[in-house]
Design a protein around this ligand. Structure first.
Ligand SMILES: Nc1ncnc2c1ncn2[C@@H]1O[C@H](COP(=O)(O)OP(=O)(O)OP(=O)(O)O)[C@@H](O)[C@H]1O
Ligand SMILES: [Mg+2]
Length: 306
């Protein structure tokens, strides 16, 4: 059995190469060490993760745990079975820490309380109302229109903030927006993002088909974020992903977008804004400053409704 600072794994023959399982195939088991009398033996392809706090979420880049009443820690997703992927994921969380530093304290992003370059762990403000997707699906119709319009304005403001700093988020999705105690919206999860000043690697984030620009699939860019914002606004106003009512999956949604087939938004208050994000982005190459035009449209549309 192999052991790392905060996880156990099934060792392989030292004369052999690592098995190279990618993290999507690795089983991560979360164990609270103080609650078990004996640590279990990991199976092949299993990582036994030793908890630092209360488990809040796991994504492609990290494990999020609440470690104190006001803080969470994002730990890069461990994968000792594929050392190069494990290094990459750590570097993505390091990039996320850099991006938070670049943005600085701002009402549209979670506060950062620390980053440890040795463990690559990022300590952030705990946002007690969790992510926007879970919140909207859980509270459904009880959410007022006014609250939804406020989120739409805050989401547009958040994307404009990133673009103005040359940051492409690359995974605009309601699970990557978080809600504070007063239900104000913050954009989070920059592990898949890209700085335009870094001419090197493309972003590691990749939006789901419901949020992805049909012609910018290979290399996410500003346009892709704006397209995703259109789908996000659609989700906030209707409580559904585009085409979700027709039980269309993410790849079928992508096919429909490719054929210029978009859900009808004519009955929606934010229909024009959504159209602008979807249709305009498929017709022009946006510059970062174009988010200002979207934000102006949002303000004009929602001025007397918030
Ligand atoms: N500061 C926070 N407060 C409360 N919950 C949080 C916080 N940060 C993250 N979460 C929860 O953990 C989930 C995963 O976080 P995050 O998106 O940062 O991880 P990730 O591995 O980078 O995700 P992805 O798979 O999208 O790349 C979020 O969707 C949210 O539910
Ligand atoms: Mg995420």
């Amino acid at each position: 059995m192999g052991r790392c600072q905060n996880y156990l794994y099934k060792d392989w023959d030292p004369n052999e190469e690592p098995p190279m399982y990618d993290s999507a195939k690795v089983k991560h088991t979360f164990i609270e060490p103080e609650k078990v009398s004996k640590l279990p033996e990991p199976e092949d392809g299993e990582v036994i993760y030793l908890a630092k706090g209360e488990f809040l979420g796991k994504g492609t880049h990290g494990i999020i745990e609440r470690v104190s009443p006001k803080t969470v820690v994002k730990t890069p997703l461990p994968n000792p079975y594929n050392p190069s992927e494990e290094v990459d994921i750590r570097l993505y969380v390091a990039l996320e820490a850099d991006i938070y530093k670049m943005i600085g304290p701002h009402p549209r992003v979670p506060r950062v309380y620390g980053y440890d370059p040795e463990t690559y762990c990022l300590t952030l403000e705990y946002l007690p109302n969790g992510d926007l997707e879970t919140y909207i699906r859980r509270h459904g119709d009880s959410i007022s229109s006014r609250r939804r319009y406020r989120w739409i304005r805050q989401a547009a403001e958040a994307v404009r903030l990133l673009h103005a700093l040359g940051i492409i988020h690359s995974d605009i999705h309601p699970r990557n927006f978080l809600l504070d105690a007063h239900l104000n919206l913050k954009i989070a999860d920059f592990a898949g993002a890209m700085l335009v000043s870094d001419y090197g690697d493309p972003p590691s984030g990749y939006p789901s088909g419901y949020f992805r620009h049909p012609e910018h699939e290979e290399y996410p860019d500003f346009v892709n974020d704006v397209f995703g914002l259109g789908s996000l606004i659609y989700f906030i106003e209707t409580g559904r992903y585009p085409f979700e009512d027709e039980a269309v999956d993410s790849s079928e949604a992508q096919n429909r977008f490719r054929e210029d087939n978009f859900p009808d938004t004519s009955g929606l208050v934010c229909g024009d804004i959504i159209e602008e994000c979807w249709v305009w982005t498929t017709q022009s190459d946006l510059e970062p400053t174009d988010m200002t035009a979207i934000c102006n449209l949002v303000d004009d549309t929602l001025l007397f409704r918030i």
